[in-house]
Design a protein around this ligand. Structure first.
Ligand SMILES: Cc1cc2nc3c(=O)[nH]c(=O)nc-3n(C[C@H](O)[C@H](O)[C@H](O)COP(=O)(O)O)c2cc1C
Length: 193
């Protein structure tokens, strides 16, 4: 199953609206996709032990990442970077199994630059941790105009790029998995010893 990380905890966020739309695109391609909603998860952030000692409340969300056959990270630009809550989530992920050889694709949203800055930073973070980064990114510029209040994508080009990315990322994950090169195959191999 693939997972969409909706990268903010802001109530009523455009990120979550886009996440739901992208989920519908993958479903249309026959994929099972679950949204990891950081707004929902935030309630558990300060419960129990933190970082290496994952709290029981956060663990179910973090475990989804470890079992995922592909992550789609959707990230808004906040002050030229990613929202703190997304970095906080990333810093709680189990290392190295959350990252290494895990296929990841990125969608940015924002004003003039469409989330280019946080996406490039995320590529650095996931690249540093040896993930498989899907090269076709999508940047949603002027998101307040591109997205209707109900969450409909109103720009034909953006819509086309989102569909293209979903189809391409599906092929990418299938090819990696067929070659036993994806994170889940590597983890299974390690467990066999
Ligand atoms: C705290 C905050 C900081 C922002 N900083 C930027 C910015 O630096 N550059 C930009 O293009 N847009 C910026 N924006 C606009 C957001 O990218 C835009 O409102 C987007 O919809 C936010 O995603 P969200 O609706 O999922 O929270 C900012 C918005 C917020 C709430």
């Amino acid at each position: 199953m693939k997972h969409i990380i909706a990268g903010t905890d802001r109530p009523g966020s455009n990120t979550l609206k886009i996440a739901k739309y992208v989920q519908s695109l993958y479903k249309g391609l026959g994929e099972e996709v679950e949204i990891i909603d950081l707004h929902e998860m935030k309630a558990h952030f300060h419960a129990g032990l933190q970082y290496g000692n994952q709290s029981a409340e956060m663990k179910p969300y973090l475990d989804k990442v470890v079992g995922s056959d592909g992550l789609i990270v959707i990230c808004p630009e906040y002050n030229g970077s990613m929202p703190g809550v997304l970095k906080y989530f990333i810093d709680h992920m189990k290392f190295p199994e959350s990252f290494e050889f895990r296929p990841v694709s990125f969608i940015g949203l924002g004003g003039l630059f469409g989330g280019l800055r946080p996406v490039e930073h995320l590529q650095q973070v996931f690249g540093y941790r040896n993930a498989f980064i899907y090269p076709e990114r999508v940047f949603i510029m002027n998101v307040h105009r591109t997205l209707s209040p109900e969450g409909q994508v109103q720009d034909e080009l953006v819509d086309k790029l989102l569909k293209q990315q979903a189809a391409g990322f599906q092929k990418f994950t299938k090819a990696l998995s067929a070659a036993n090169l994806d994170a889940n195959a590597i983890i299974a191999k390690k467990m066999q010893g």
